[in-house]
Write a protein that binds this ligand. Sequence first.
Ligand code: ASP
Length: 454
Amino acid sequence: MKVCKFGGSSLANAEQLNKVMDIVLADPARRIVVVSAPGKRDSGDTKVTDLLISLADAASTGGDCSLQLNAVVERYAEIACDLDLGDEITERIRKDLEDRVAKVADLSKPEFMDLLKAAGEDNNAKLVAVAFEKRGKKARYANPKDTGMVLKGDFGDATLDPDSYTTLSRAFSNFDGIVVYPGFFGYTKEGKVATFPRGGSDITGSILAAAVCADVYENFTDVDSVYPCDPRIVEEVKDGEGIPTMTYREMRELAYAGFGVFNDDAVIPAVRARIPINIRNTNHPSEPGTMIQQSRRVVPGTVVGIASADGFVNIVVEKYLMNREIGFGRRLLQVLEEEGISYEHMPSGVDSQCVVVKEQFLPKEREHKIVGAIKRELNPDFVTVERDLTMLMVVGEGMCYTPGMLAKACLALASAGISMSMVNQGSSEVSFMIAIRSQDRDAAVKALYKAFFG
Ligand code: ASP
């Protein structure tokens, strides 16, 4: 069985929805279809989820919100009309939205916001089920409450209650036809609607794939495959090949440094259950896309991708004879822990220790306080803070046991006149990190792409 998830751009209008139905019907194994709310029809358009957020805001202020409500209904009405589904589904959606809006006085703002945000996916799943039936296919809408998608945590940032897996797998053990399932939300134990973070339909798909032990989790979006580096930086990457297969480890390393196909947290359920994830394009369904799995055939000496992420800060602590001082590293990290700062990398020299953190944890305003605490706790000779750093990640299982991979990267950067600020490679050898000044980022990514893929 396959679980397939379609994002908002794949469901933005009737034409896209027809493509989705063609894809699902082309393979009888595609039994569970997870849908997002309708997304943007063009670059100037607004996603239904954003329209719903505006509706929730307007309703919360107590004024007339019929304009905002109509804007949402219009999006579904257009699709229903173009697919000739009749007026009933649109009227059901209008009624559903009115019922939700009427709850404004009974709920806290975050609860009310989630109730409205969830309406995008919920109503779309109902509409998509009707569209399948119009094509004469047996399809039904499944509700996250009835199937046991129990969430916990904060509204707007909920996570799955792990006990849900048993109920979810039972809910799907006995069904025929196609099940259309709304992404992005579930219910708390108390029966309240709660949503995952934005983009959370990916999480729903991943959870269901794990719950039913799917053969594959197909994530349909609008790219043919994952590119080996950011096409906004290296345009010619689009003319080359996408990544046919990568391992979970490679995906994680690349996602860490900004490969944004989907949020890597979203796929944790599928990864833990060892379900292969296939990223595919709704607009080019014949393309095999990128398959992400536990292992793959690896060609020694090859790299799968090059990622870059801006916004890092390096705290450099220097102290003569630091290497003899037992507990120095622990006390340094303790200062950061007490300040709630998570660290990313820790390259070191004999008498110096660097700690790389994300800029968001150490904005300029906090620098004085943190540096002061480090000075008090460790009595160093110098503490300096370097800002505007970019991390380059070169990733590939094929680098393991292959001499010269880092040398190749260094040579490429040297030839481009780029100085490296730090280098870090773990013993897994599946990736290495090179820190550079952010102003050199584009030139560096281009140089590395040419060296490894050119
Ligand atoms: N519709 C929601 C959003 O725009 C969730 C999703 O599409 O995955 O964030």
